[in-house]
Ligand binder design. Sequence first.
Ligand SMILES: [Zn+2]
Length: 250
Amino acid sequence: LRGEFIIRGVEHFLTPLVPVAVSSVYGGKPLPARMALATPDTARSILAVVKDLENIGFVLKISDLYRSAAMQDQAHQDYLQGRRKAYSPPAGASMHEAGRAMDIDLSSIGVPLARFWEIASAHGFKPVIDGPDSTRSEAWHFDCRGSHDLVYRYVAEGKAGVSMAPYTQMAVGAILACAGSSNRVPDSGVAWLQAALIRLGFDPGRIDGVWGSRTRAALRDAGFPRGEQLPFYVDLIGKLLKQRFISEYQ
Ligand SMILES: [Zn+2]
């Protein structure tokens, strides 16, 4: 679905996905090309983690990296129908769709999970569970949140209501940044702008894709003139994002 609903100039400011060569759990082969994609900063972080493990004699094996919306939907259906044991969320709410999550083979890390957390954290990866217990579901999942952590914190501070969890809003914003569209909102262009405003430190409220008074107020706070059309703001905000978070775009 990538690109299908891209509108209004957002395509100039999407986070690219770059190939990343890593070992997989699949018969010792490299991860298949359609999955072996990540944002530039995530790709560098993965390779840094791989190198740290290599230096102590282990080969990190990855089972999942990028998933398109269609692949995410398939993973969710597989879970619902019992073909997959581990929970996989519906399309639109997974950091895998943003090229910012990896699932690793825990038997390949060679060190206790707590030690791996330190290695991963040193390169910008955050676990999705709250303690290094390798028997827990999702112990294998790590996110490279990048600037989208600012969305998580904004929502966690209560600034975007409680109807959508901080992690979900972060994922929606990260998917918008990468794919330019989200199935969770009525207008992806507006939602893209809202997530971008939060990452730049402004206060548009929830990422709901609705062109409301709080979004307009955030644009005024950012110093932009009133009364312009969406593409005008997309262009300005997109350029600011690329300046502020340059490592996420190249
Ligand atoms: Zn995962």
